[in-house]
Design a protein around this ligand. Structure first.
Ligand SMILES: *Cc1c(COP(=O)(O)O)cnc(C)c1O
Length: 228
């Protein structure tokens, strides 16, 4: 087996252990393979291992790989920041969008989602670290944006996404993950369709799973360090 396949198995094993340690059900955490900057061949390696959910940040790069792979089993998640001139292609070519942070973008995705496709799954991105460089809404803005998104018939609001500030301190990771988890639980009380807390990267997925993440987004730990 090559490195990528070995890494994928190790990550799957770590997720399983984290589920057990926090007394969570087996398979309660979905693995999203973050494949930005990776070649179609590298994706193919993990597809062969049964990985079907992929997260991409850059639209053109993702569309190129979708054509190269030509595999209708793959589930594509858009996780990068969204400019309004990109919404049409995103609405047409992805099943999930994790990075919705304003109503204008949600409305465009709703209008541009082809009616023959199932509703586009939406996560609202929360800026939990309060870094100015990060996109995402502030916590107190969530309920009103969620209420507006719920009115849009071609979208299905599934939950929230957060990208905690990078830190190797477990207690600091925990604190940010718990903030996101409590926000998620609040949203879940108000809506039956809410079932996804997208939280945790290579750096902090153990803390994220302990706090209640249902989807971890992992790039580096599977594919190795990015050079770009
Ligand atoms: C790149 C990226 C990831 C993956 O980060 P790794 O550290 O490579 O695991 C996760 N989420 C988002 C939003 C990203 O842009």
């Amino acid at each position: 087996m090559n490195n990528i396949a070995v890494n994928l198995q190790a990550v799957q094993q770590q997720i399983y252990q984290a589920e057990q340690q926090s007394k969570r059900e087996r398979c309660s955490v979905k693995l999203l393979a973050v494949s930005k900057t990776r070649s179609a061949n590298e994706l193919e390696t993990v597809i062969k291992q049964g990985q079907i959910d992929f997260g991409e940040n850059y639209l053109q790069e993702a569309l190129d790989k979708q054509i190269q792979l030509n595999n209708s089993q793959v589930i594509w998640h858009f996780i990068g920041s969204i400019q309004s001139n990109k919404t049409k292609a995103i609405a047409e070519n992805f099943s999930w969008v994790h990075s919705v942070d304003r109503l204008k973008i949600a409305s465009r995705l709703n209008e541009q989602r082809p009616p023959h496709l199932s509703p586009l799954n939406i996560l609202v991105q929360i800026n939990v670290s309060l870094e100015h460089s990060k996109s995402g809404i502030l916590q107190h803005q969530l309920m009103s944006l969620a209420t507006e998104i719920e009115q849009l018939p071609h979208l299905r609001l599934r939950g929230i996404m957060g990208l905690p500030a990078p830190t190797t301190k477990f207690s600091e990771q925990q604190k940010q993950c718990e903030t996101l988890a409590s926000l998620y639980n609040q949203l879940k009380q108000s809506q039956k369709t809410i079932d996804t807390l997208s939280m945790g990267t290579s750096n902090d997925y153990q803390a994220a799973i302990a706090a209640g993440s249902t989807m971890v987004r992992i790039g580096t730990a599977i594919f190795g360090p990015r050079t770009q």
